[in-house]
Design a protein around this ligand. Sequence first.
Ligand SMILES: Nc1ncnc2c1ncn2[C@@H]1O[C@H](COP(=O)(O)OP(=O)(O)OP(=O)(O)O)[C@@H](O)[C@H]1O
Length: 359
Amino acid sequence: MSHPLLSFRDAVKEFPARGRGRRRGAPVRAVDGVTLDIDAGEVFGVIGYSGAGKSTLVRLANALETTTAGSVVVDGTDLTGLSEAQLRPVRAGIGMIFQQFNLLASRTVAGNVAYPLEVAGWPRADRDARVRELLDFVGIGDKADVHPARLSGGQKQRVGIARALATSPRLLLADEATSALDPETTADVLALLQRVNRELGITVVVITHEMEVVRSICHRVAVMEAGRVVELGDAYRVFSAPEHPVTRRFVASALRDVPSSAVLARLRERHPGRIVTARIDEVSGSSAQVTRVLAEHGVDGTIVFGGITELAERPYGSLTVELVGHDAAVHAALDGLRAATTVVDHGTATRPAAEGSDR
Ligand SMILES: Nc1ncnc2c1ncn2[C@@H]1O[C@H](COP(=O)(O)OP(=O)(O)OP(=O)(O)O)[C@@H](O)[C@H]1O
């Protein structure tokens, strides 16, 4: 992972205002000054809510749209001002998969995967061999002669991936590629994208509004809002210590490991002791550390809420624990926990603490 395969430099994409005459609104800045380097060999996530500008950013990368200002550089080639003929080889180095799969209904699975090879002028025998190899790689070698209508969503996306890989691109762009799939199928397709990256060395850019997608396969992530990148970095760092409110919303809605005020009210009815939420992550506390601190101070800790999951293949989450013991011991244990990790003290039912979760 050294040189950038895809770079945006102050990239702007403005669409003309909709409407006519006096009802004409202001132009829409779908991408508003994005500077971003995506390195060769990484799985990079672009996450944002609907309308954030993610699709437009991808369309700039594969030259389906041109920048209004700034530049986009793909594998050393600046796309600014290139002719259609000059853009063709750049596009050939980029594979693309879509939410709605975009398969040709009239062609079989093999026919769909062969299509880009036909366009590129491959001889028949080479095409057939390549299609077989690709279908085996994506795990649907037995579906070559079937038409897309008879496939499940996950199988359709496997065809989409095989087709995107046909001409051996260096970069694969996945625009909401799992958004039409159920969670289990999503996990399978994401695992396949991870293999594409690891086994074939292809750089993968995933565009998504689902944190789960970024969480499971992305090395780095850019969070977009209103055409801008509002947070950027290592996926673990960004999601374990989110700084921008948009990132915090993604984390809060995806992990649900911190009790909401309604959950906390119910916990208090059941648990009279002091309730605290302790962050569990690689940098600060592990759950073993929490247990050890409580044991050291002779405090009983009952886990009442929370969960530990994986973020970029590293542990992340929080545990909400009811602490029961003598007041002094509970205070000392709380100090011990605070020394180890981030702690939110919810107090007790009779004396709730002022501090609460900000997520
Ligand atoms: N061709 C177009 N003409 C005018 N406005 C557009 C065009 N394409 C996108 N936009 C506007 O640009 C903004 C960003 O859209 P974009 O599709 O890139 O966002 P997104 O993050 O991909 O969201 P979604 O997932 O809903 O597509 C939106 O306000 C959208 O309405």
